[in-house]
Design a protein around this ligand. Structure first.
Ligand SMILES: [Zn+2]
Length: 345
């Protein structure tokens, strides 16, 4: 019996000292001191031994119980102090804080403000207008009547107006920022120098160079004796300011319905220096702008006398200006919210 008690004490103490947390300690306590614990059962056995031996064994049993209880108490203190040290390590108020990231402008916003600044230098002001537009401002007033083939090149998104009194097909998402040419000319009297950066929408299959929602930049000037050379001079100034002084600019004849004559502007490829590469489709030049002298019909539509006033207009994809400036090969990167892309700017 003595041996058994001493055995219990030794096992219990070594197990207690091995515990690493309160839960383990609680289990050991139950294992020895619980209702069916090893020590509890052993003490019950004392009743069965010879009566003269009982006091001695009883005393020993009490000693064992006391030792186990004390060891448990000490271990409990040890565990809780270790846990509080760990807690302190987790919330170390003296450690330096983690700096939170400061955001920055999106490349489109950045390029947009750069372009506005360039045009401001030569007296242009920026205008903003509605993205939901009527057929009249988006097409008709721009010399693109309902049966004009130029409409086919601008896959239009129509708003569902079935529950309203509006004629079906009259309310659209603007396909070009040119709607603002008309809106500005209606409200303001010439001379005018205006640029309109803004979002436009077309029903397009999305790929590396097309999106259903993209940014355009539109600009126009109306004054007396405005000629084609004013247009070329303005655009050359802008393109050299934006892409760099070494950039070469050339103009090629092109037909647009709301200008006469019309031209396309090209810039020399900055990657291959006109030798030809995949970026410029081996031509050495990149098409960048559409432009021309404003068609007299457009001026008449807003009650400006074309015999007295002339003007030029130009337009370009602002998203494309961004991808060209940063030499990105996919337009979709501009609307990608992935921070690994955005943080590169
Ligand atoms: Zn090239």
């Amino acid at each position: 019996m003595e041996e058994e008690l001493i055995q219990i004490k030794n096992t219990a103490v070594s197990l207690i000292l091995d515990t690493k947390n309160q839960k383990e300690l609680e289990d050991i306590k139950l294992q020895f001191l619980g209702r069916n614990g090893k020590l509890t059962l052993a003490i019950r056995e004392i009743a069965k031994i010879a009566i003269e031996k009982r006091p001695e064994i009883g005393q020993l049993a009490n000693g064992v119980k006391q030792t186990i209880e004390e060891t448990i108490e000490e271990q409990e203190l040890r565990i809780s102090s270790q846990e509080s040290i760990k807690r302190k390590e987790r919330i170390d108020v003296t450690s330096p804080g983690i700096k939170s990231n400061i955001g920055h402008l999106h490349p489109i916003t950045y390029v947009l403000s750069e372009i506005v600044d360039i045009f401001k230098k030569i007296g242009f002001q920026a205008a903003d207008g509605p993205e939901i537009e009527t057929d009249y401002y988006n097409f008709e007033a721009l010399n693109i009547p309902k049966d004009h083939p130029a409409r086919d090149t601008q896959q239009t998104l129509y708003l569902d107006t079935r529950k309203s009194k509006v004629t079906p097909g009259e309310i659209i998402l603007r396909t070009q920022t040119s709607n603002m040419q008309i809106r500005v000319m209606e409200k303001m009297k010439p001379p005018l120098r205006v640029i309109v950066p803004g979002k436009v929408f077309r029903y397009e299959q999305v790929d590396t160079s097309h999106g259903f929602e993209f940014w355009q930049l539109e600009g126009f000037m109306i004054d007396k004796k405005v000629t084609l050379s004013d247009l070329f001079g303005t655009l050359t100034f802008f393109l050299k300011e934006f892409f760099g002084k070494e950039t070469k600019v050339k103009f090629v004849c092109h037909n647009f319905p709301f200008v006469e004559p019309g031209a396309e502007a090209y810039i020399s490829c900055s990657i291959c220096k006109e030798k030809g590469c995949s970026f410029c489709k081996n031509s050495g030049w990149i098409e960048i702008l559409g432009a021309g002298m404003i068609h007299p019909n457009v001026l008449k539509a807003v009650k400006i006398d074309p015999n007295l006033w002339q003007g030029f207009a130009f337009g370009t994809g602002l998203s494309r200006m961004v991808t060209l400036k940063y030499q990105m090969n996919d337009l979709r990167l501009l609307t990608n919210p992935d921070l690994r892309i955005l943080e590169q700017f």
